[in-house]
Every structure is written in C-alpha cells, then in structure tokens.
Design a protein around this ligand. Structure first.
Ligand SMILES: [Mg+2]
Length: 177
C-alpha cells in the first residue's frame, strides 16, 4: 500500500546519516535536502549548530548539496546563504521538475543522489518517482503550516502501519551501519 510514498530509510535526524558511509557504501555524490523541519525547525529563524556542522561535513567530504523546498523563496534564499549551499524553490515537490532542477544544480546522476526530507507526500514521493535513494527524517518540531498539518495525520497513520507490518524500520543510531 502506498509504495510510492515509502522511504528506503527512516532515521531520526539528518545528523544520524553517516556521511562517510553514505559515500562509501551507497556511492552517493549528491544530496537534495528539504529545508523546513529537516534542516531547520518550521517557523524558526535559528539554525542549530549541529545541522550546520553536518552540512559543512558533507561539503568537506566532497558531497554536493542543494536545498529543494516548497517554502517561499525569500526564506529559502536566506537559509541557503547561512548553510552556504545552492537552492531551488521555484517548482513544488513532489513534482519531478523540482527534483530535476535539484539534480541539474548538483550535476549528479540519479543513482548517485539521495533525497532527505520529513514529508512522505512531497520529499519521499517525488524522490521515489525519480528512483532516487529516499531518506525520511522525523520532523524537527511538531508545528507545521496549515497545508502540511492536514497531511500529517494521514502520514502518521501510514507510517505506523508500515512500522507495525515491518515495511519500514526506524534506524537506531546512525545509518548506514
Ligand atoms: Mg519539510
């Protein structure tokens, strides 16, 4: 059920993604990452240092990284500047054009690219459709925009069904092991 929405991996936070092992074991070269509730808390202006460190670590290791977000462009631009990474916010996820623009910015192949986000109906759906490696993270905070809030209840039902039926498991600690 809802296979197109099912992430390949489910972790608590981006910081649980071991970048070294992601490169070595999954041959990943590029990261398309969501902004709100993945890199920063929704509605907040502060960025946690550990997330900045994670992005810097990715860059240091030679990974290309690009924010693809459905949030208004001004907000995305502001945070892209703080993280010092390129961004795309013109087209909406889950439409393929948004992810294809991300891939163009990264200049990586689909097989070398991972999508990381906190929403099944945008990040994971779009990433799966293009056959990218998809990683779901727990939203940083429970607050959301009204539009997202409506999806959340359905998401919770689907995720708890998958967990109960062993369709997905939440990784304990870092991933890849
Ligand atoms: Mg999000």
């Amino acid at each position: 059920m809802f296979e197109i929405l099912r992430p390949k991996v489910y972790v608590d936070s981006i910081c649980n993604i071991d970048l070294n092992k992601l490169i070595k074991t999954k041959k990943i070269k590029g990261i398309i990452v969501d902004l709100d509730n993945t890199l920063i808390a929704w509605g907040e202006k502060e960025v946690s240092q550990k997330n900045i460190d994670w992005v810097n670590e990715a860059k240091k290791l030679g990974l290309k990284i690009c924010i693809v977000s459905n949030t208004n462009s001004k907000r995305v631009a502001e945070f892209a500047k703080i993280f010092d990474v390129p961004y795309h916010s013109k087209y909406f996820k889950p439409f393929s054009v948004a992810f294809n623009n991300g891939l163009k910015i990264l200049d990586t192949k689909k097989s070398e690219t991972v999508v990381i986000g906190d929403q099944l109906f945008t990040d994971i759906w779009g990433g799966n459709r293009l056959k990218l490696l998809t990683i779901l993270v727990t939203p940083i905070v429970k607050k959301d925009s009204i539009g997202t809030f409506l999806h959340r209840n359905l998401e919770k039902i689907i995720i708890s069904f998958w967990l109960k039926t062993d369709k997905i498991k939440k990784e304990v600690g870092n991933w890849p092991k």
